[in-house]
Write a protein that binds this ligand. Structure first.
Ligand code: SAM
Length: 317
């Protein structure tokens, strides 16, 4: 698989406290001086583009709370060789920023929402902000961020009742609603037994909406498999990171908010690029360093990673 996709966590801070990701008390924050400066992110992305990276997604933490995020998008959209620039957000601040982000060069957006019921949304995220998120979804569609994808994590005892309302959104709006299997990350998040396998979820959707048809997408579009409810405006995607192995189809690397390159979400091995560039490494040797990581990526799979805790909002989900 050609590695051409970089996920960049621009901050470990978040304005929500989702029970499966960044629960209250669940994680120490990184010292601010250890967080990459915007200019450092820009330089690292430029160097990665020399190594064949063509797609960049900004994530976090919550990327829209990073000061001057619009400026960063503008800088990254000007990097030669980067063909696709996208962002994953919880949507809380999206309505107010969508137009500026689009004008700065953002092409597409993934919006995370796990419930359309205000009470359970608050139970999951800690905040009563669902109306802001739905406003953000409509605004993203209105300004032409395309495609708009919805990311949902279903957890037993919390939001199983939301599978159908979430799937139904794809009937009426031209969005891809993607169900991401819950991945337990630390002792502070929900236990592994609370995950709902995607094949069960698909059965629930078919029982209500009838048989669905598969939608072909290129392997380069990532590990989701897509299908469509009859006559739907949008699609449904399943990202089955727990119930199946898609390491061989993984085309991505991650850059953490404190400047480490990770070849795999689950790997404990990382490569400190911040240290290198803060020590004055020139472009040529930094590119060599990055090319080595790209080669190493082939040796990493979920199977040879450790079971240690990791924090999704630090690494960037
Ligand atoms: N704050 C942004 C957001 O909410 O989309 C970006 C960061 S968040 C870590 C990125 C994605 O990771 C979200 O779609 C979230 O649902 C997913 N995620 C976080 N923790 C997860 C977990 N334990 N298992 C599966 N997905 C998770």
């Amino acid at each position: 698989m050609k590695i051409d996709y970089l996920r960049v966590s621009v901050t470990d801070r978040c304005n929500l406290r989702c029970v499966y990701c960044h629960p209250l008390g669940g994680c120490d924050l990184i010292d601010r001086k250890e967080i990459l400066e915007l200019e450092e992110i820009h330089r690292i992305v430029e160097l990665f583009s020399y190594c064949g990276i063509k797609k960049v997604r900004l994530t976090g933490g919550e990327p829209l709370i990073r000061r001057n995020i619009v400026y960063l998008i503008e800088k990254l959209s000007g990097v030669e060789g980067i063909e696709e620039l996208s962002l994953t957000t919880n949507g809380v601040l999206l309505a107010s920023l969508a137009q500026e982000l689009k004008d700065a060069g953002l092409q597409r957006v993934n919006i995370s929402v796990d419930s359309f019921d205000r009470k359970s949304y608050k139970e999951i995220t800690g905040f009563d902000l669902l109306p802001k998120v739905t406003e953000g979804i409509y605004k993203a569609l209105e300004v032409g961020l395309k495609p708009v994808k919805i990311n949902s994590v279903i957890i037993k005892g919390i939001n199983v009742s939301q599978i159908l309302p979430l799937a139904e959104m794809s009937l009426h709006l031209p969005v891809a609603v993607r169900f991401i299997e819950y991945c337990p990350t630390s002792q502070y998040t929900k236990p592994a037994s609370d995950y709902v396998p995607n094949h069960e979820l698909r059965r629930v959707i078919e029982r209500k909406f009838g048989p669905v048809s598969s939608v072909f997408t290129s392997a380069a579009n990532g590990p989701a498999s897509y299908f469509k409810i009859r006559n739907a405006a949008g699609t449904i995607g399943l990202i089955s990171g727990r119930s199946s192995m898609f390491c061989r189809d993984c085309n991505r690397l991650r850059l953490t908010s404190d400047g480490k390159v990770k070849p795999c979400l689950y790997s404990t091995q990382d490569y400190d690029i911040k240290k290198l560039i803060r020590n004055g490494s020139d472009d040529e040797s930094t590119v060599r360093f990055l090319k080595n990581i790209l080669q190493e990526k082939d040796n990493f799979t979920k199977l040879n990673s450790s079971d240690d805790d990791f924090h999704m909002q630090k690494v960037g989900g």
